[in-house]
Design a protein around this ligand. Structure first.
Ligand code: ADP
Ligand code: MG
Length: 580
């Protein structure tokens, strides 16, 4: 019987599909296009894959334990690099936690972009209740410099470019970018997506001042008998230290740095009037504000201006001018352009009275000697107080000028700022314009990641508590950060009294016996518990030299430190006057 060989069934042709990408791929690629190489955040629904894709595509992802600290890191990254720091958050609470940092960045003029996943719009708009449903865009709007929502993957590249421009151009600030869950998950053909990307031109344009504004300022500066420059963190941000040096060398005008502008010009330079703030406020006839606002930090409890002082204000934001005092010569423009223009036109000789400078120098010498005496007279006090500890820390940090100092607390902030001279720009990062607590670990991470430099964070014990768990982030990423905790057992100090007489601690009382150094054992860092200046100096030197995570619990006396540090005048009532 003849057999037939069955014909093999034809192998079906594999259908070819176009390569596809998601909104998340497009987002990461759009960020890469504008040069973003680092992202700080905390993942969960709906952004986990964003972080994975970012990491895979060459964006370093620094994962935190709390979004607020990831945001503080992004903000510090922005301040130090003049490019937006990027924060990635989940919807609802994660978004809100991060928003505190984005808002703080906006107040401080730091460029950052908070990108948050948000839930499906429809049930939010109808208030039907949905997973992590919150009208995030409208919440963010009044608190940030700009806020955008992106609903379609096609719009992501434009949204990222706009967020970038808003963060860095003009007065920098925090930008919120809301990306909905459907947008993150939407699928597009790769070939179509490829067409969406473009290289934006001139992302942060220079803004030169008007020639007549420059002339007005130059005339006023040249006619001043008792001039002074106040350098603010806007100047630190703008990177104009060389131009300011030229200006000071050329004119011989003394300078006073705001807290985060310490080191833009050296604190101990011959024309530094660091300890002469009130004399400048009372006696200067012309004050040049270089990237500093005449806000609460330059008025009220912080001194009183003479009614005759005239101001030259160099600022990028025209709305800042006249906001607290009349400004005789506003120079609106970016600081680099404004300083160049002013320097080019300054006459060789000005009307400055040399006696003004020598008076400020004599006063500086006298006040600096008093400060030095405060440190030496406390050197042997046991248990240590803030001054004792700072006497041991000062020579170590001043001989390591490349270490970035992060600093927060009440007395810990004030006394550290007053004790430690800075000699390099952008090496001091603190609670800044709002004088907030809770930026320490985040800013330390941001500073170390953005610069690759070593960081020392000097923290009050209360301040540390806000961000303490993110010490573990320092450890996971093996960053060269030393955390120094001034442990006086309380908010302000550890001697608060519970006026009800119950066993509950007083509102300001923490725990004088707390051993913060044990966190080092917990997360695998070098740890030290120190009770003397000798131990503190040895620990700090060793920790900095190790270029690895370290934590030092500095045991202070519980009565070291006063209510609210230097700003007790802001309390509505003095604590001792409260009766029950
Ligand atoms: P400080 O607290 O040190 O006094 P502020 O944050 O109050 O500093 O002020 C900084 C100022 O610097 C802000 O008014 C901001 O608009 C301005 N600024 C920021 N960047 C620039 C820049 N590139 N050029 C000019 N001004 C700038
Ligand atoms: Mg304390």
């Amino acid at each position: 019987m003849a057999t037939t060989t069955p014909t093999p069934a034809a192998t079906p042709a594999v259908p070819s599909y176009p390569e596809q990408v998601t909104g998340m791929d497009i987002l990461v690629r759009a960020l890469r296009m504008v040069g973003i190489d680092t992202m700080y955040g905390l993942v969960g629904i709906p952004v986990t894959e964003v972080a994975y894709i970012a990491q895979a595509r060459g964006i370093r992802f620094i994962g935190f334990r709390h979004e607020q600290q990831a945001g503080m890191a992004a903000a510090t990254h922005g301040f130090l690099t003049r490019t937006p720091g990027v924060l990635l958050t989940v919807s609802s609470l994660g978004f809100l936690n991060g928003l505190t940092a984005t808002t703080n960045a906006t107040v401080n003029c730091y460029p950052m972009i908070q990108i948050s996943g948000s839930s499906v719009r429809e049930p939010i708009d109808l208030e039907q209740g949905t997973y992590e449903g919150l009208d995030q865009l409208n919440i963010a709007k009044p608190l940030v410099k700009a806020a955008y929502r992106v609903n379609k993957p096609e719009d992501i590249p434009t949204a990222v470019v706009r967020a970038y421009r808003a963060a860095v151009s003009g007065r920098p600030g925090g930008v919120y970018l809301d990306v909905t869950t459907p947008c993150l998950g939407a699928i597009m053909n790769k070939a179509d997506a490829d067409k969406l990307f473009y290289m934006p031109v001139d992302l942060c344009p220079t803004m030169p001042p008007a020639p007549e504004a420059v002339k007005r300022a130059v005339d006023l500066i040249a006619s001043a008998k008792r001039p002074a420059i106040i350098i603010g963190k806007g100047a630190a941000y703008a990177g104009v230290e060389d131009k300011l040096k030229t200006f000071v060398d050329k004119t011989g005008i003394p300078y006073f740095p705001m807290s985060m502008a310490k080191g833009v010009l050296p604190d101990d330079g011959p024309l530094s009037a660091l300890s002469c703030r009130s004399t400048i406020m009372e006696q200067a006839d012309v004050v040049i504000l270089a990237g500093a606002r005449l806000n609460w930090l330059l008025s009220r409890g912080h001194g009183k201006w003479s009614p005759d002082t005239k101001f030259v204000q160099l600022d990028i934001d025209p709305e800042e001018i006249d906001c607290n005092r009349p400004i005789a010569a506003p120079v609106v423009g970016d600081l680099a352009s404004s300083l160049d223009a002013i320097i080019a036109q300054l006459p060789a000789n000005t009307a400055m009275d040399p006696a003004w400078v020598s008076m400020l120098q004599a006063q500086s010498k006298e006040k600096n000697a008093k400060f030095a005496e405060r440190l030496t007279s406390n050197a042997l006090v046991m248990p240590m107080n803030h001054w004792t500890a700072l006497g041991a820390i000062k020579p170590i940090l001043e001989s390591n000028p490349d270490v970035i100092l992060v600093n927060e607390g009440a007395n810990t902030l004030d006394d550290t700022r007053d004790s430690i001279n800075m000699s390099r720009p952008r090496h001091r990062i603190d609670c800044a314009t709002w004088a907030i607590m809770g930026m320490g670990m985040g800013s330390a991470v941001g500073a170390a990641v953005a610069t690759g430099k070593s960081v020392v964070a000097i923290e009050g014990d209360s301040a540390f508590g806000f961000s303490g768990m993110d010490f573990s982030t320092i450890c996971r990423f093996k960053l060269p950060v030393t955390v120094v905790i001034f442990n006086n057992g309380g908010i302000y100090n550890g001697i608060g009294v519970n006026m009800a007489g119950t066993s509950d601690p007083a509102p300001t009382t923490l725990n004088i016996k707390a051993r913060y150094d044990k966190l080092g054992d917990c997360f695998g860092a070098k740890s030290y518990y120190v009770t003397s200046t000798g131990e503190l100096a040895t620990a700090l030197k060793e920790a900095i030299a190790s270029k690895a995570p370290a934590i030092i619990d500095v045991q202070l006396a519980a009565d070291s430190g006063k209510e609210s540090g230097h700003i007790g005048y802001l309390n509505p009532a003095a604590l001792e006057k409260i009766t029950v």
